[in-house]
Design a protein around this ligand. Sequence first.
Ligand code: BGC
Length: 766
Amino acid sequence: MSRPAPTPRTVLVLSSLLSLLPELHAQGGPPLPPQAEARIEALVAGMSLEEKAGQLNQVATDAREGPGGILLSCDDLIRKGWVGAILGKDDSAGINALQREAVEDSPHRIPILFGLDVIHGFRTEFPIPLGLSATWDPALVEQTARFAAAEAARQGVRWTFSPMVDIARDPRWGRISEGAGEDPFLGSAMARAYVRGYQGRSLADPSSILACAKHFVGYGAAEGGRDYNTTEISERTLRDVYLPPFHAAVQAGAGTIMSAFNSIDGVPASANPFTLTQVLRVEWGFQGFVDSDWTAVRELMLHGIANDEETAARRSFLAGVDMDMQSGIFLGKLPGLVRSGRVPVSRVDEAVRRILRAKLELGLFDRPYAPGGVPAAAAEIHGRELAESSAEESFVLLENRDVQGVPLLPLSPAPERRIALVGPLADSADDMLGCWSCGGRARDMVTLRRALATRAALDRFKITYDRGTEIDGTSKSGFSAALGDARKSDVVVLALGEGRSTSGEAASRSSLDLPGNQEELLEEIVATGKPVVLILFSGRPLAIRWASGHVPAILMAWYPGMQAGPALVRTLFGDAQPEGRLTVSIPRSLGQIPNYYDRLNTGRPRTDAEGLGGDAADQFHVSGYVDGTSAPLYPFGYGLGYTRFSFSEVSVDAAAVSAGAIERGEASVTVHADIRNTGNRDGTAVAQLYIRLRGTSVARPVRELKGFERVRLAPGESRRVDFRLGREELAIWNLDLRHIVEPCSLYVWVASDPTRGKPVKVELTE
Ligand code: BGC
């Protein structure tokens, strides 16, 4: 049973106590073998204050000020023992050269920890994280992370700033592409998968790297979707929505956490004792170390909670940040703060111990140098296969209407067919990388055009290719050639979307429209009357309302990574199925944002198109818009395939279960459903288990995902899926902000997406 959460008042008192008595809650990492702990103690005992602050200092390899304000090169800083970690290097030669300075020339010969943003692959690029989340396949995501870890570790990168586990509900926010979407349950499953993949069974394994769950916390709730913006999150929403994936990462053993840029309720996340110490250390018992985001410590001055560097360092450090990324302020100011008694040395020692433990666990003291070199050919082949299968699983088929009586997809590769490939993203290798491409190289990306040409040569169908326009183009000069080829074709494959620099950090948009004149190109191509398959490349949901009503087949491809082309071609021709399901709702219009599936019902819900929960007496004064529905265009969980499935109503083992027994871990609700493949092809259903709780002390969402399973079925085959709902799934943050299972009515159903399915009731009794 988890510890009852403190009420907000207690939290306030606790947070202020914590900053007054910071050493009270100082904790170290999990004890290592006694010999290793003794080694750490001996090091700490022998280090000067500057050397201790050096371990808390993370830099890119630029020159910066050391204590005393003198400008030093990175090499000089390392030799003095004033650098604990370096970020941004990705090659063994460069890394080993710097490491040599640390382990041969610095006073205590402490190795440097090298970190990098290995986000969706190192050299072998997998789909962007939002795409990977659409696989609903944590085991596959774990494999991609494991593969990336091995590639990175070989070059000496033993720490990744991933996974980004920020829940994101605003597609304007560019960083929605870096996470697992809008849902905390799915987000938690993905968080665990990444951590397991990066860290492997043991960090001592030379192919394991430290994970860093980021950005703690609430970063995804940036107002207006503007990156770095302020957030307003109630404590209940924080605990319900934004904290769970971090908790999952911590429970999976994530070695590090990155504190975020945003403020929550006026308190910058990188100086927030409530989240960084109360929640992370006291409630969750996190034992790794906390790294600030890039210059987030210095930015406390811009936030306006510190008028000088000393105050910024002190506030951030005492709140719970152990390592300062790129501000250089911990190095410059912590020694003086300790000497003047404003920061206890015991706190500095604790932070140093945490960092040394991580280095010891990674085996860096014994094997500081990276082997380098290239992976064996077999590993490379495995990487490509994994890149291809993860891309295939990430594609979400949004539409697949009949053309001449049959669904347009899959296409037939019959000889002599003419396919017109059109669009600025059909042959853009660089864009296939997506955000944070790390060591990925455009020349290794196989585009749709290249893969289609290979397939055309094999199957002897004909293709033409026209860019049509540029991604951000305004000129229509390429339209006529594209339209001409489209008219002569049997089918048009149109590759549209955003350029990769429009997604990711500092890449928020105030419009979700297709950039440039792509929408115009789309409409003119559709006007030719030829069947059109629209493939969308982007790192966020786009405004595709017109397309959804006029284009027979739409495939959301995200940024698929290295094997973009082969995965798409196999999907287009039916060698692979599009198996992805949305992990973010696609809104009908910008004005609907935010629009997430697990909303509250309100006292005046709309019944139209919203699925469940509507029983307002008066259908006029309802929550919604007078100019349209508030239902999204495509909801979270949605995605088609090349076959169809039917889901039975669920059966439950008991119509009533004691809430107290569930709370004590003595009982659970078991749920079963049968899924049948009713089509005539193999396919994978994603069984999604949703619940709604009614009669609780606080309002709960109209639907919440609490289980999912991918089920592969042959035509006509059916299978039973079983789920168990226990304390973890059923406890809520109640009126008193206690996390408990309350007596209430539980409605449960299993469906292909949350708007379908018939809820079955189970009473959770007193
Ligand atoms: C980003 C982090 C990233 C860090 C290091 C920051 O600007 O917010 O997500 O890990 O840079 O590259």
